[in-house]
Design a protein around this ligand. Sequence first.
Ligand code: SF4
Length: 261
Amino acid sequence: MTEGTLFKIKKYALHDGPGIRTTVFFKGCPLSCRWCHNPEGLDPRPQTMSRRTSSGEIHETVGIVLGVDDLIKEIEKDVLFYDESGGGATFSGGEPLAQPQFLEAVLAACNHLEIHAALDTSGFAPPAVLDRILPRLQLVLFDLKIMDEKQHRRYTGMSNRTVLENLKRIAGSRTPVRIRVPLIPGITDGRANIAEIIRFARTLKTVQGVDLLPFHRIGGEKYRRLGMTDTMAEAAPPMTERVAAIKHRFESAGWTVSIGG
Ligand code: SF4
């Protein structure tokens, strides 16, 4: 039986694609973005998290191993909400493409049940994996972080070459894509990076819109609870005016833009 490792299943999600959705968070990611607000999604295995309580420190496991049928049963519970709102299921993480067999089997079941399926991805995966997954998707939410290869490697731990090639691959298919840009002050929100993202995205035909994701500190506490170092602990969210100016630049390029997904 095909099984996958997840760290969260979020019901009634409103920012991970159209309508009311169930978002499934896959555990494990090949990148290590400094600003990641889901550090429990990086390691592919279940982990122990500590929590301080009034009666002392307790330990809890984050991450569950689930079979395809069990996950589908969970997703299917809200099918009436999906039908009413034009929603569905979104597969996020971590990086769902890092568990390709499980993802493909879950998507096949969603397709069979006519549940709208979206993939929220970093785009870092072998092209052959993407080719198998892509025909099963109705929407891709694609993170585009840093266009300069050296800077991408510096802040995410990996080159962006595969990421950009995969985005071109998706845009060459029939699957619509939304570009998601994390706005990390001093790292991704510089004029040159935003200009290069706009230039690149304009060469792609199936980009439906842009989601700007301003940096926030929610989730910072999880680093401590996992025994990890939060290198962005002192960073502040971007100024509202800065976010508005970037939004305007994307809108001027012809896209509808949302803030926060
Ligand atoms: S790609 Fe997403 S999940 Fe992976 S490290 Fe970066 S922000 Fe975190």
